[in-house]
Design a binder for this molecule. Structure first.
Ligand code: BES
Ligand code: MN
Ligand code: ZN
Length: 458
């Protein structure tokens, strides 16, 4: 499925966004019959309202969409919910919108076309919108296509998206953009990425570290993505309800792949490296255990106090590997903690960085491109919570306090330059249908980061 704008030469119906205050002006120009039609249908320009206006022959003459953004409600990509209800045809926006709203509307028209694979009774939206004047159509198409790819990966059940298949997804990206790919497995993995190996060795689908390298000019960026294809919790098994959605525990990797596709397709002047630790946190007689003490490749000794805090173990290996490169920016994407959801809910992604300038740019970009993020503090006194009596640190804290912050403090033990490090603790899932975002896997933080690195690194 390829998101597309309506073709230039096809017939296009005018689509006008009207706020309540604009309605009278529209009525004056539209003629008596159309004005009465709007009244008869109760169209007032309220948010979410939509009206098909017929001509004398009973054909659709134009479409009106209510503009007002409802206060306090997440109405991102609201135009998508209009398009999802429109008959199959081509439409053309008649409004002149400010640049950010115009881009949002255009991207919404593409995101409205997503249908999760394997869903019963869900039909594709066949309304297409022409690319509004002034947008970068190619860019938005690349963004939407990459988002669809991320969603498809998250939505695939763990029985289909095994570590092999997730590796294949990053291999496909490498082939497509002419990047180099290295995959570390088996004995070599146990030696170079011992924590990932310990988490993944219990599964018949073997763990691995995939590494993609692309580009030879510009500054260097490494993206790390948590690739847990399924998280049972390990021997500290999750209760059924908490396990139900754990096929999405590779959303960080799916987002890193999607963002990697955006970067390579847009040919950004960067040296890109993607590191994906991939494993299934399964249960078997080979599973790692609470009380085990693992040693990272740089010699950090980690006491396993909870096998369900597996994501940070995978990321630790990737962060240690990333050290070779002295990156200008090192980013990790991970569905790391339930605590992040308790703090901010599913739609707002907390991010952590010691770099104030980067944080400000990111927060601004998040608003501009409608990819909501919120900075949380790296509060080092909480390092106390990860103290271990038998190792350098524990992989989880007993207290349960500040779970998302203690997770990033764990990661920071493996990072060389905190000033150049950025971490997203994301959810990767849409629980209730929203415009352009059906229930299921969803990319988060990638678009905001794309907009940020174009300024910060390019
Ligand atoms: N993958 C989970 C975190 C998660 C759960 C993300 C639900 C999104 C939605 C992670 O591996 C995990 O289990 N974390 C534990 C950490 C704890 C044991 C310190 C958690 O959050 O409960
Ligand atoms: Mn877990
Ligand atoms: Zn997990």
């Amino acid at each position: 499925m390829r998101p597309e704008f309506a073709g230039e030469d096809e017939q296009q119906l005018p689509l006008t966004i009207l706020a309540r205050g604009d309605l009278d002006r529209w009525k004056q120009g539209a003629g008596d019959a159309a004005a009465r039609w709007a009244e008869a249908n109760g169209f007032e320009g309220r948010s979410g309202q939509m009206l098909l206006v017929p001509d004398e022959q009973g054909r659709i003459r134009e479409v009106l969409a209510g503009a007002a953004r409802e206060q306090g409600r997440d109405s991102r990509f609201w135009l998508a919910s209009i398009l999802e209800r429109l008959p199959a045809a081509n439409y053309r926006l008649t409004n002149d919108l400010p640049a950010d709203e115009r881009d949002e509307a255009a991207l919404a028209s593409l995101l409205a076309q997503y249908v999760p694979a394997g869903q019963n009774h869900q039909e594709a939206t066949l309304a297409r919108m022409a690319a509004p004047k002034g947008i970068d159509g190619n860019r938005l198409r690349v963004i939407a296509e990459s988002e669809f790819m991320t969603r498809d990966l998250i939505n695939a059940p763990a029985s289909a998206l095994t570590p092999d298949r997730l590796e294949q997804a990053v291999r496909d990206l490498a082939d497509e953009c002419g990047a180099g790919l290295r995959v570390i497995k088996g004995f070599e993995l146990a030696r170079t990425c011992p924590l990932t190996h310990a988490v993944g060795r219990s599964s018949e689908h073997s763990p691995r570290m995939a590494e993609l390298r692309w580009g030879s000019k510009g500054r260097s960026l490494t993206l790390v993505g948590k690739g847990v294809c399924f998280d049972t919790g390990g021997l500290n098994i999750k209760p059924g309800k908490a396990m139900l959605l754990m096929k999405k525990d590779m959303a960080g990797a799916a987002i890193a792949i999607g963002l990697g596709r955006m970067i390579t397709r847009l040919d950004l002047p960067l040296r890109l490296r993607i590191l994906l630790p991939i494993a299934e946190n399964a249960i078997s007689d080979r599973a790692f255990r609470p009380g085990d003490v693992l040693t990272s490749s740089s010699g950090v000794r980690v006491e396993i106090t909870n096998t369900d805090a597996e994501g940070r173990l995978l990321l630790a290996d990737a962060l240690e590997l990333a050290r070779e490169d002295e990156d200008d920016l090192l980013v990790s994407f991970a569905t790391l903690t339930g605590a992040a959801r308790v703090a901010l809910g599913p739609e707002i992604v907390p991010f952590y960085t010691a770099n104030d300038r980067l944080a400000d740019m990111l927060a601004e970009a998040a608003i501009r491109v409608r990819d909501p993020l919120w900075r949380l503090p790296i509060w080092s006194p909480y390092q106390e919570l990860l103290k271990s009596t038998v190792a350098d640190l524990a992989n989880s804290s007993e207290s349960g306090h500040a779970g998302s912050i203690t997770a990033v403090l764990f990661l920071l033990r493996f990072v060389q330059s905190p000033e150049r490090f950025l971490h997203f603790d994301l959810y990767g899932w849409q629980n209730t249908p929203a415009p352009g975002r059906p229930v299921g896997g969803t990319g988060q933080a990638g678009r905001a980061l794309l907009a940020t690195i174009e300024e910060y690194l390019c």
